[in-house]
Design a protein around this ligand. Structure first.
Ligand SMILES: [Zn+2]
Length: 399
């Protein structure tokens, strides 16, 4: 109920004095149960609301305290804001919506708030979303991945749902203890319902999955296996480049350096210039070009999937073992060692794109989250973007 509105033209502020309707009054701010009043608290207080034009707007009201049987003496619930929040629900939703769509500086200027406040808003919006819709409900096929940030000094472990395509869980760290927290949150019954787990070849993931998910088939993430091949190719390119440089072939060395992206990108994404570069490599450096073809054929294995993929992988292994390029001979040995989870991944046709794109997006978000107070706010930003927890703009339809 609005009791009055005041404009202060000098300060460019608008203050709406309000009072909750009777049935919203006298409720615990945490659980919203009706409880006896305690005192007036700190008297009247203000919540930042969405601007009215260039005027900063505030909602002002009494903030009495109530005595909850479960939560003790707490500030009473108000219908326009979250408990302990200094912004209205509409302001929170707008800030969260913008955080998924625009840059840090745009958001700060548009809403006139500090970035760390955005972190706190995102954290409470996601906490509410998670309370309303449990991200761990109904999981069957999951992917586990680790992502490094702060130049490889920090890690987070993430879990994605292959069926919904959503990020469902993330936590700082990359070890068995971190992952154990996920399985503890899931509980034994839901762990038993997990049928497939995709991951890179990390032993700690394999061990922890084996300890908790008795019915899960372990699959190797194609994204990581193809990344091994890209690394091997890069090693061959560097060796070739060093050899050319030491051999006094400086022009050849320079041209090879420029070939990096042509070799690295998927052929369908090459620009005309990169295509020409690749053709040049094929002509002048047969060993490097063979390494390129080995990488590409391995990628083809995962594009084909199923029995055809497995058959191509057999032929690939035979080729790689006798290719006399050490990086690829080693890669063949490594792939041979992980053949079971790789075959499982080909048989069960788990998507490659999901883990890869989530990994890339989370890495970008860790950079955007720089300046938030805690890793929790960073993880909330990831859940907001990739977990399906972004609210619609206030007053608009969801979507
Ligand atoms: Zn309560």
């Amino acid at each position: 109920m609005v009791e009055g509105v005041e404009f202060d033209e000098d300060a460019e502020t608008l203050v709406a004095r309000v009072r909750p309707r009777a049935r919203a009054r006298g409720r615990c701010g945490v659980c919203r149960r009706r409880c006896p009043g305690y005192d007036r608290g700190e008297g009247r207080r203000r919540w930042r609301a969405l601007d009215l034009g260039t005027f900063r707007a505030f909602v002002e009201a009494e903030a009495p305290r109530v005595s909850c049987r479960e939560h003790g003496v707490v500030v009473a619930h108000v219908p326009w804001a979250r408990h302990d929040a200094g912004h209205t629900l509409a302001f929170d939703a707008t800030a969260a919506w913008l955080a998924t769509r625009t840059s840090k500086s745009t958001l700060e200027q548009l809403l006139r708030i500090a970035w760390r406040t955005v972190g706190a808003i995102v954290a409470r919006v996601v906490a509410d979303g998670v309370a309303a819709r449990d991200p761990l409900a109904g999981l069957r096929r999951i992917g586990i991945d680790e992502i490094s940030y702060k130049k490889g000094h920090r890690y987070i472990t993430i879990v994605v749902d292959h069926d919904s395509g959503r990020l469902v869980w993330a936590a700082p760290g990359r070890d068995r203890k971190t992952l154990a927290k996920f399985f503890t949150a899931l509980g034994p019954d839901r762990c038993a319902a997990i049928t497939h787990v995709s991951a890179d070849a990390a032993q700690w993931i394999a061990d922890e999955v084996a300890a908790h998910c008795p019915n899960a088939v372990r699959c190797a993430d194609p994204f990581h296996v193809v990344a091994w091949a890209t690394d091997a190719l890069d090693q061959v390119r560097r060796e070739t480049w060093n050899a050319a440089r030491k051999g006094g072939m400086s022009v050849h060395a320079r041209d090879l350096k420029g070939a990096r992206y042509a070799l690295w990108k998927n052929p369908e994404d090459l620009t005309d210039r990169q295509q020409t570069k690749l053709a040049w490599v094929a002509k002048v450096n047969h060993r490097l070009y063979r390494a390129y073809l080995l990488k590409e054929q391995l990628r083809q294995v995962f594009a084909l999937k199923g029995e055809a993929g497995k058959a191509l992988l057999d032929r690939w292994l035979a080729w790689a073992r006798r290719c006399r390029i050490p990086a690829f001979v080693d890669l063949a040995a490594r792939i041979g060692k992980h053949r079971d989870p790789i075959d499982a991944s080909l048989e069960h046709r788990l998507s490659n794109g999901l883990v890869e794109s989530t990994n890339t997006k989370v890495r970008l978000l860790t950079r955007m989250a720089f300046g938030f107070k805690s890793p929790d706010a960073m993880i909330a930003l990831a859940m907001l973007n990739l977990g399906g927890y972004c609210p619609p703009l206030p007053g608009r339809q969801a979507g």
